[in-house]
Design a binder for this molecule. Structure first.
Ligand SMILES: [Zn+2]
Length: 455
């Protein structure tokens, strides 16, 4: 017995009467020689979806018209005037959809709508979501390749320029809606941690090489996952980096004296549960622009403990790399004082070392380090005690937000160069995805972003 599997699309009315009937595919049932023969091939599946989707779209066509019962020009009654076809892009397939034309017989005013003019976009939100996530995670060209694989063929809607356009459109919407997000519902937190840090990316601007991008992350310091472990409490600084399981991120590539990041960080903190009663711990690398963001948060919480990031202190000592073995040992003593929260003693030690140095270059390094300590003296705490108490004092305990938000996407290839505007939009999407707000709200974001483009 030779069997076939037939896929049929039917249109039925409410009584079940078949109004139209078409065969989408007929596939004979054969014994599979290999896995390849098991079920439908990807191209066959996409082909069927193409027909099924088109059948529904054709039936929806009669509803697709401009909602103007009267002529907007002369108020005369308007008349149906046939159909016109326009593009529509679903997740896997592209379509031509008929929309109804209308005409005013008196003044000849015409309505010739398209899916784009009726809905603000010809891209289904499901596709826009996938394009945005792919564009946020991968280079736009890699995103194009992945999308081509998914729909089993090249589609011009998925070329890298279009993926970039969609991603930036959503990112721009997120950027503009800062401060108007009414969906903030969070559980009040007693204690939160904020880290602000900057990183550099290459620019497309002709006269510059790179520009600074800043990030902020607000998280619950009790919820760092070390692959099942707890916040590490003993031993030297761990090289193991945990994952922040409860956090909100913000990022900015704008040259606006941190005005955007201040607002975005504040909003992220509120989303993470910051209230007037919350005790905040701020960990920064010591740059003024980072502390500026912290200072903007300060009036909105109960108190802030400002801590100079131990990770950056340790890095600065490592970068000294003095030639003289004895003096190198002495720098360790200076670091030892910092570790116990005695910056004054550390500066005295460093001054002694500096006076024993011959090379101008090494002296300059020491001066720089002493200035760094002096400038941040209020934020140098007893790190050893904090570590004993299992409290956070370094950004190194957890994943780096600069790394995850910026570097992983922006430094994937050596030649990657960015405009501030394009990167800023992209970072808003990446921040939203890593704050878990994307999963919950993407449909609203995509819908409103697309509408806004049309207006
Ligand atoms: Zn008219």
């Amino acid at each position: 017995m030779n069997l076939s599997v037939r896929v049929i699309v039917e249109t039925v009315n409410e009584t079940g009467e078949v109004k139209s009937h078409s065969v989408i595919s007929t596939k004979s049932v054969t014994s599979p020689c290999s896995l390849v023969d098991l079920g439908y091939r990807q191209t066959e599946q996409v082909e069927m979806l193409q027909h099924i989707q088109q059948a529904l779209l054709d039936e929806q066509s009669c509803f697709l018209q401009e909602n103007t019962p009267r002529c907007p020009r002369c108020n005369n009654k308007i008349t149906r005037n046939g159909y016109v076809k326009s593009n529509f892009h679903g997740v896997y397939t592209d379509h031509k959809v008929s929309t109804r034309k209308q005409i005013c017989l008196k003044c000849k005013w015409k309505s010739i709508p398209s899916i784009d003019s009726l809905f603000g976009s010809a891209i289904h939100p499901d596709l826009a979501k996938i394009q945005t996530e792919m564009g946020a995670k991968h280079s736009y060209r890699d995103a194009e390749k992945i999308l081509t694989l998914l729909s089993s063929k090249k589609r011009s809607i998925n070329n890298h320029e279009r993926v970039k356009k969609t991603t930036e459109c959503i990112g721009e919407y997120l950027s503009l809606s800062l401060g108007n997000d009414s969906s903030i519902e969070s559980q009040a937190a007693d204690k939160l941690c904020i880290q602000v840090d900057g990183g550099y990316v290459n620019t497309i601007e002709a006269d510059k090489k790179r520009f600074e991008v800043m990030t902020a992350v607000i998280f619950d310091p009790e919820q760092i996952d070390y692959h099942g472990g707890q916040l590490k409490q003993d031993g030297a600084i761990s090289t193991l980096r945990g994952k922040l399981t409860s956090k909100h991120c913000a990022a900015s590539a704008l040259a606006d004296e941190q005005s955007y990041l201040k607002q975005a960080a504040l909003e992220s903190a509120i989303k993470q549960g910051m209230t007037k009663d919350t005790s905040m711990t701020a960990i920064c690398d010591g740059a003024d622009n980072c502390w500026n963001v912290i200072n903007a948060i300060a009036p909105h919480c109960h108190d802030i403990t400002r801590i100079l990031d131990w990770f950056h202190i340790a890095m600065k000592f490592e970068n000294l790399s003095l030639n003289n073995q004895t003096l190198r040992e002495k720098t360790k003593r200076a670091k030892w004082h910092l570790w116990r929260g005695y910056p004054d003693r550390a500066i005295i030690r460093l001054e002694e070392i500096k006076n024993n140095l011959q090379e101008k270059k090494e002296q300059r390094k020491l001066t720089k380090l002493m200035n760094y300590i002096a400038n941040n003296i209020e934020c140098i705490i007893d790190y050893r005690q904090r570590q004993k108490n299992g409290m956070i004092f370094t950004s190194q305990l957890a994943e780096s937000t600069v790394e995850s938000l910026i570097n992983q996407r922006c430094k994937r290839q050596q030649h990657m160069r960015w405009s501030r505007k394009g990167l800023h939009s992209l970072l808003q999407v990446r921040a939203s995805i890593s704050s878990n707000s994307w999963q919950e709200h993407w449909e609203r974001y995509v819908g409103e972003a697309m509408l806004k483009t049309a207006a």
